[in-house]
Design a protein around this ligand. Structure first.
Ligand code: ADP
Ligand code: MG
Length: 251
């Protein structure tokens, strides 16, 4: 469904992403992991259209999407989450979802024929599905972190993606919120068949949520495989223990 082919992204002389290729099948939850500064967010921004790659290309359902503007990428069916505190400042939970629905409507996405989309065309249905009814009239910026994160996923889903792009959806959450959001990501895939690209630093959660994982380090792909293959891969363990070891050595 998504093919990332030989993507390189340079910032001046700094190569943030260096000739990375991987692919994601329809209905898959695909993790992209790596130590801090390894190029995850840069690659995410290339896929979602926020950066054009310096070299290489990205195709989605056979169409080239690299080089398209972010709104064209969203219209093609790939939708990313944003941090709501910056995007929906001052809006209530219900208003945020209504805006996402209006975007879907103006893009002609509400006419999509999939069964699950038919059920999902009102703010009430979405609030219900995500257990957000009790927070509907509260402002996004006063909500606890876990609820904000749920709302950002709900608004992205309201735009009716075929592929959902999540950059560190678990960052800053406590363990029970992490488990809840991680469970919701799997449930979304199982219920709606939405394909997911998940960039996440918390490898324990990634191993439990993702079907397949691509690992990058210093901009280069170092491994690619199923969750169980990756969790027992020596190069991955070294890359992570290397950075964790360095962090521990500071203390
Ligand atoms: P990660 O998300 O894995 O922590 P990033 O993609 O944010 O990594 O960063 C990868 C590298 O690219 C880092 O060396 C970072 O400093 C650099 N980088 C990221 N964005 C920019 C930018 N807009 N301009 C210059 N350098 C950048
Ligand atoms: Mg990042």
């Amino acid at each position: 469904m998504l093919e990332v082919r030989n993507v390189t992204k340079r910032f001046g002389s700094n190569i943030a992403v260096n000739d990375v290729s991987f692919s994601i099948a329809k209905g898959e939850i695909h993790g992209l992991i790596g130590p801090n500064g390894s190029g995850k967010t840069t690659l995410f921004n290339v896929v979602s259209g926020f950066y054009a790659p310096t070299a290489g290309n990205v195709t989605f359902e056979g169409r080239q999407i690299s080089g398209l503007r972010p709104h064209r990428v969203a219209k093609a069916g790939l939708v990313r989450t944003f941090q709501l505190t910056s995007v929906f400042q001052g809006l209530s939970v219900r208003q945020s979802i209504e805006i996402a629905l209006a975007v879907a409507h103006s893009n002609g996405l509400l006419a999509a024929h999939d069964d699950w989309l038919r059920e999902f065309r009102t703010a009430d249905a979405i609030l219900d599905y995500f257990d957000l009814k009790h927070s509907a009239d509260k402002h996004a910026n006063v909500l606890p972190g876990g609820i904000q994160r749920t709302l950002s996923i709900a608004t992205a889903l309201a735009v009716r993606p075929r592929m959902l792009l999540l950059d560190e959806p678990l960052a800053g959450l406590n363990p029970s919120e992490k488990a809840r959001i991680a469970g919701k990501i799997r449930e979304l895939r199982d219920t709606f068949g939405v394909t997911v690209l998940l960039v996440e630093h918390d490898i324990k959660s990634v191993f439990s949520v993702c079907d397949n994982i691509t690992v990058i380090n210093i901009g280069k792909k170092i491994a690619d495989g199923t969750s169980s293959e990756i969790s027992s891969n020596d190069a991955v363990i070294r890359a992570y223990l290397g950075s964790a070891g360095a962090a521990h050595a500071q203390h």
